[in-house]
Design a protein around this ligand. Structure first.
Ligand code: AVJ
Length: 332
């Protein structure tokens, strides 16, 4: 009997750490000096933030993860059947890859073997999830990249011969504004061959009530996730944020189809950030914008694809029509 070790089925490429602490410092200096304070949302996702985000995914109020998993549970075999036998999977922002397991199993059942190429910014996360997948599935091979999406896509173009199924799950596209989303997907499109496909999960527009609860749960996990940014500035930049002086707020702007997450200063006060030699004055009620989460109608998804050189091959919704999973092909 032949046994394969995990090691000879695993390759990890680590892209140079982009920016490091200096980059965070620059972003904070820029984001907190202007008239309207904001910090780019990717800084929410340090290791502690990523773990809190995993907790968010298990919340009653946070339906997107369950809705997307429901679609994958019922459609993974069908998705596998729409791709040729030599197809490999490339995943953008794989995280703990829990939902991906459903697809991996369908592809393995159908094709006997599978090459899986996850890309994630967190080396710790990608190593951990890769090792556990390889232990579970002896016919799986993993070439992982710890880096950003751009690094990953570039490497995908030069490596691998099979048809690619690119996964972008979890409505991560919602963090980009609508124009940036079309730019990024055009970029993805540019890296796709004629037979490659994109499987993208996108959260749908829905009632303000449901959305605001999803981003402000009663147990306060999302608040903790948002506040973690203040802790991160304290730990990494020598800032002196008193987290009791800020409150978490999530507001759905119906017309724009966007949830905004903010930190609201509950009183007028000044915060010193030592490493960037900055004193930041807050008025009572003043906000720091920390994340935008765009929601789409089915028509807006079609428009997004059209603007990106993609066409919809098939679209699936969960039973409550809260979330969309689309298989898209490059337009010639
Ligand atoms: C990671 C962008 C998909 O918008 O639902 C969840 C982020 N922030 N709760 C989302 C998030 C607070 C999440 N995405």
């Amino acid at each position: 009997m032949e046994t394969t070790t995990v090691e000879n089925r695993f390759t990890l490429i680590v892209q140079g750490p982009d920016g490091g602490p200096g980059e965070f410092a620059d972003a904070v200096a820029k984001g907190l000096s202007g008239e309207r304070k904001s910090i780019p949302c990717r800084y929410l996702y340090d290791h502690r933030g990523s773990l809190l985000f995993e907790d968010i995914c298990a919340l009653d109020e946070y339906y997107p993860t369950r809705a997307e998993r429901e679609i994958l549970e019922t459609r993974a075999d069908e998705i596998a059947s729409l791709l040729p036998e030599n197809a490999e999977i490339v995943e953008l922002g794989s995280g703990n890859a829990r939902k991906t397991t459903l697809l991996i199993e369908s592809f393995l059942r159908k094709n006997g073997r599978l090459s899986y190429n996850p890309i994630d910014i967190s080396r710790k996360m990608i190593e951990g999830s890769s090792i556990s997948l390889l232990k579970r599935y002896p016919d799986l091979e993993i070439q992982a990249i710890a880096g950003d999406y751009g690094d990953g896509l570039e490497l995908m173009r030069t490596s691998g011969e099979g048809v690619k199924l690119i996964l972008w799950l979890g409505s991560s596209v919602g963090n980009l504004d609508r124009e940036e989303a079309a730019e990024f997907l055009s970029d993805v499109r540019g890296h796709m061959g004629a037979n490659d496909r994109l499987l993208i999960g996108i959260d749908l527009r829905k009632s303000k009530k449901v959305l605001e609860k999803a981003y402000d749960d009663r147990t306060g996990i999302t608040a903790k996730f948002n506040m973690n940014l203040l802790r991160r500035m304290n730990d990494e930049l020598g800032a002196s944020f008193d987290i009791r002086k800020f409150a978490h707020r999530a507001t759905y702007h119906e017309e724009e189809g966007r949830v905004d997450m903010e930190l609201v200063s509950v009183e007028a006060h000044t915060v010193r950030i030592e490493s960037i030699d900055l004193d930041v004055a807050f008025r009572e009620g003043e906000t720091i914008h920390t994340e935008s989460c765009y929601k789409y109608s089915p028509e807006e998804i079609d428009a997004l694809f059209a603007a990106s050189g993609l066409e919809n091959v098939r679209r699936w919704l969960d039973s409550q029509h809260r979330f969309s999973l689309s298989l898209a092909a490059p337009l010639p």
